[in-house]
Design a protein. Structure first.
Ligand code: UDP
Ligand code: MG
Length: 338
């Protein structure tokens, strides 16, 4: 797999300082770990950027995540929180957080302390030196099960092979964005979001920082293998039309082979006389072609389904409650902001 090359820094870029640093944290059933997250995050942010904001996006949790977020916001006004009307998924939560972040640089991280806050100063240092997007890349994946590692390795190989954007191996959602990158991502109108691909697609100066992923501080991962596979399929269909095109190639190949076979039948019948027709070969070819046609229809259906979801223009998320924001920027439906 190709490695994302760090973009060389230009000597002429003046160093930047974040007047305001935003940290966006999607939270789903994270009531056990939220206080620990804040306790780890605040001492890191305080010396780095006294003016900072922490945006907790409660993605329709079934526990009291939002109550705790409210409490945290009351004791530190730099903590802000949004509550979705239901669980819209991590992608929507990240999009909402980015849309509401006001910072010159925006850090995106998980709530479970798997993304170490201690890396944030290094990320900000990269940004200060002129990088527009700092991608934290996992050194190892040994906190994952072997099955999950296998699935994700297969996915990255496949994604690399079929799509035009490159995802650096080991890159997750722990990233720092310059304001203009965050705005570029927010301005993309698509509802079916695959953040890993979108962030590569937008480009800008990118740099990778290696880090060791920690074990989940509390609770458990909300990603089942099935959910992960669905996510992988969403990712591939969002960034590649190869699954659609492959059927034409297969169709032409099968048609070509059938023509050759037909020619062979004419010749063999003329030379050797009429043979007894084979029941088995007939069944196999009928079933095989039927199967191929159903698969291609299924793939077509997947894309039509995605078009259907996009043309309905439903918002990406609905915000039910918010705390800590000015009224003007507290609302939100995930519609494209201009
Ligand atoms: N998350 C979310 N909505 C969801 C699932 C997860 O906002 O529907 C959040 C979750 O609270 C956490 C982050 O996304 O902050 C990563 O989730 P998790 O730790 O379950 O995933 P993993 O680390 O296993 O990839
Ligand atoms: Mg996690």
């Amino acid at each position: 797999m190709r490695q994302a090359q760090p973009t060389p820094q230009s000597e002429t870029l003046p160093p930047r300082q974040p007047a305001l640093l935003s940290v966006v944290v999607p939270c789903y059933n994270e009531s056990d770990g939220l206080r620990a997250l804040l306790a780890a995050l605040t001492p890191v942010l305080e010396p780095l950027a006294p003016r900072h904001e922490i945006i907790l996006v409660d993605d329709g949790s079934r526990d009291n995540t939002f109550d705790i977020a409210q409490e945290l916001s009351r004791s530190d006004p730099r903590v802000k929180a949004l509550r979705f009307a239901r669980n819209f998924g991590k992608e929507a939560a990240m999009a909402a957080g980015l849309a509401h972040a006001q910072g010159d640089a925006v850090v995106l991280m998980d709530a479970d302390l798997q993304h170490p806050p201690a890396l944030i100063p290094e990320m900000v240092a990269c940004w200060t030196a002129g990088t527009d997007m700092v991608i934290a890349v996992r050194r190892r994946r040994d906190t994952d099960s072997w099955l999950r590692r296998l699935v994700s390795r297969a996915f990255y190989h496949l994604f690399d092979a079929v799509s035009e954007v490159r995802i650096p191996p080991g890159a997750g959602d722990f990233r720092l964005f310059d304001r203009k990158v965050a705005q570029a991502i927010v301005s993309l109108p698509e509802r079916n979001r695959f953040m890993k691909g979108i962030t590569s697609w937008v480009g800008f100066r990118q740099e990778c920082l290696p880090f060791d992923v920690a074990d989940r501080a509390s609770g458990r991962s909300s990603w089942s293998l099935l959910k992960l596979l669905r996510y992988a399929w969403d990712g591939i269909t969002s960034f590649s039309t190869l699954p659609l095109r492959v059927w034409s190639v297969l169709g032409v190949t099968i048609a070509g082979l059938s023509a050759l076979y037909g020619l062979w039948l004419v010749i063999s019948t003329t030379v050797f006389g009429i043979d007894v027709p084979g029941y088995a070969s007939l069944m196999v070819s009928t079933l095989f072609l039927g199967g191929v046609q159903l698969i291609s229809l299924g793939v077509l259906g997947e894309y039509v389904g995605r078009i259907f979801l996009e043309v309905k223009m439903r918002p990406m998320y609905l915000v039910a409650d918010s705390v800590g924001f000015d009224d003007a920027d507290a609302s939100g439906t995930g519609r494209k902001r201009r």
